[in-house]
Design a protein around this ligand. Sequence first.
Ligand SMILES: [Zn+2]
Ligand SMILES: [Zn+2]
Length: 361
Amino acid sequence: MASFPSIHAGQGGRGKGSQVLAAVTRSPGEMVVRDVTGPGRARAGHVIVRPERVGICGSDFHLFSGDVGALSGSRDFYPRIQGHEVSAIVEDPGDGEVAAGERVAILPLLPCGRCYPCRIGRPNVCPAFRLVGVHLDGGLAERLEVPAGLVFGTADLDPDSACFVEPASVAVHALARGRLRAGEQVVVFGAGPIGLATLVAATHAGARVLSVDPVPGRRDLAKRLGAEVVAWGSQPELADLTREWTGGDGPPLIVETSGEAGVLAQAIEMAPSAGRVVVVSLSSGTVPLRSGAFPEKEIDVIGSSCATAEDFAAAIRLVVANRAAIAHVFSHHFPLARAAEAFEFAMNRPPDAIKIVVTVN
Ligand SMILES: [Zn+2]
Ligand SMILES: [Zn+2]
């Protein structure tokens, strides 16, 4: 087993801490907000923070609903304090590099450090990684102890923007995987939080973006966040539109964030020869692919998962530079006491919801 220390909010460090309010997912579908014993003083190599905002993410629903087969590892998931998109104020910096009172964002990923991807510098796909809010307790508690290496200062960002650093880091990583170049035309499928973050990151890097989403309100938002074109339509319509938009070739980079498995087949046909397709969304669907398209066009179809520490640092700079645009993604706020309601609300995917945020402190 990995030697990383536990960060259960309910386990004291040097002695147990005082009671804190937390949203505990006790079993699938059962989240209760109650007092738990918070961490004591920061243990060596750890920082104690007071979470401010926690963004709810589609990946949270796997654990919340009991679909743990979709999560890596066969470990004990319940009870768990969820929340991996966290902004927080440092309370006890321990021997870490952050200062008390500083606002931080938390990289949620603890890799094993020993496996093949870890050894080659790709810890974000460590098969034994542990995620804050999934395998370890997360941000839906008034106080939280985290390993110091996961805590990043966020300069003068506001709490909402700082909790968007984590989804932004996923977008930064996806575009790094896709080898985005300035001036390139990129098609982004999906205008949910990750799709919008990908749009902002791509335009920030000097690319031009066509955003595809079936929901009119999301297309409007994509436009406000810098999409050159927004679209929805049948597969042939979108193929024609993107070919026309790129002067006949087709988009050299396509990023799939929508979660619709069929988009992969669509993107492979839409990509020009020598094009790249990056798949970010975690879909459990299957879809037939025309295998001849791969050699015929010599396309790269690339997976992208989570983010590295370098991506996370880049995401902070991205959010700092684009905070005014990103402010439009926060559609709903719920207090910690109503966290269960926030999860139920988010799972129903109301069309006007983009990023739903729990206000913890
Ligand atoms: Zn997430
Ligand atoms: Zn590993």
